[in-house]
Design a protein around this ligand. Structure first.
Ligand SMILES: [Zn+2]
Length: 257
């Protein structure tokens, strides 16, 4: 049974966006079901820097999708051209499932062009360069689920930051703003084997495996932010946190231009 409707929750909402260029960049097909994948572009000027925003490559991590849509549905005036793919895994979104319909974790096979979702996204991105990218995820902090042994589950927000030079990290300022708004930041010293430095997990160029984040840093940008909200929080808090990270990163990159 479907948990959500891609048609009404995603497709209709996309098609009613105003002032944005909404495109269908390909169709994901499972038996008789066809899911168009959407990109949304807001262009402020041909010569301005490009920014990419991705969400919901894991279908059971919907906060990034909602944050992207709320951002696009409201006023925003950053001097960047923004390209969103707000729902990378349509079947997973509709069925509240981490993987796609073939039980494939899309963020472990992003090197494999025979996976239809991966192929659609990579074709769309081909040759594009971005000042930075934001790839929104969520974490299910369940103790003893195989991912987190006792005591190892994250107890707050955290963010992977991919950039070759550690000195280029901008996430500490974003974390400060989240803290100021009362958002809990993960205080565990490590998360899944990664060193947690005040909520930031720094990833040099070669650490992210077969993920979209690694694909971006190898081919399209020098900087990727990968925020993780906790699915144990209520949805509004998850969505507003993701939106805050996006707004804050746009401001910080604007100021550093
Ligand atoms: Zn994820």
């Amino acid at each position: 049974m479907s948990m959500r409707s891609y048609q009404s929750d995603v497709a209709l909402r996309m098609r009613s966006l105003k002032g944005a260029n909404v495109q269908e960049i390909g169709n994901v097909k499972y038996k008789s079901n066809v899911y168009p994948v959407f990109s949304v572009r807001t262009e402020k000027g041909k010569k301005l820097p490009e920014v990419a925003v991705f969400a919901t490559i894991h279908g059971d991590e919907p906060a990034g999708f909602h944050a992207s849509m709320e951002f696009l549905e409201s006023e925003h005036d950053y001097p960047f051209n923004l390209t969103f793919i707000p729902c990378l895994n349509p079947y997973g979104f509709e069925n509240d499932k981490h993987e796609n319909a073939d039980d494939v974790n899309l963020n472990r096979v992003f090197n494999d062009n025979s996976v239809q979702e991966v192929n659609i996204i990579k074709k769309f991105l081909n040759g594009n360069k971005y000042l930075f990218a934001v790839s929104m995820h969520e974490d299910k902090p369940i103790v003893g689920n195989g991912v987190y042994p006792n005591g190892k589950n994250p107890n707050g927000f955290y963010m992977y930051e991919l950039c070759p030079r550690k000195g280029d990290i901008i996430g500490n300022g974003i974390i400060r703003e989240l803290k100021y708004q009362g958002i809990e930041i993960c205080t565990k010293p490590d998360i899944e084997g990664w060193k947690n430095e005040g909520g930031i997990l720094w990833a040099p160029r070669d650490r992210m495996g077969k993920t979209i984040e690694q694909h971006m840093i190898e081919n399209h940008t020098n900087h990727v932010l990968n925020p993780e909200t906790l699915t144990s929080w209520d949805m509004q808090k998850r969505v507003s946190t993701q939106k805050q990270v996006l707004n804050s990163s746009l401001e910080k990159f604007y100021k550093s231009q």
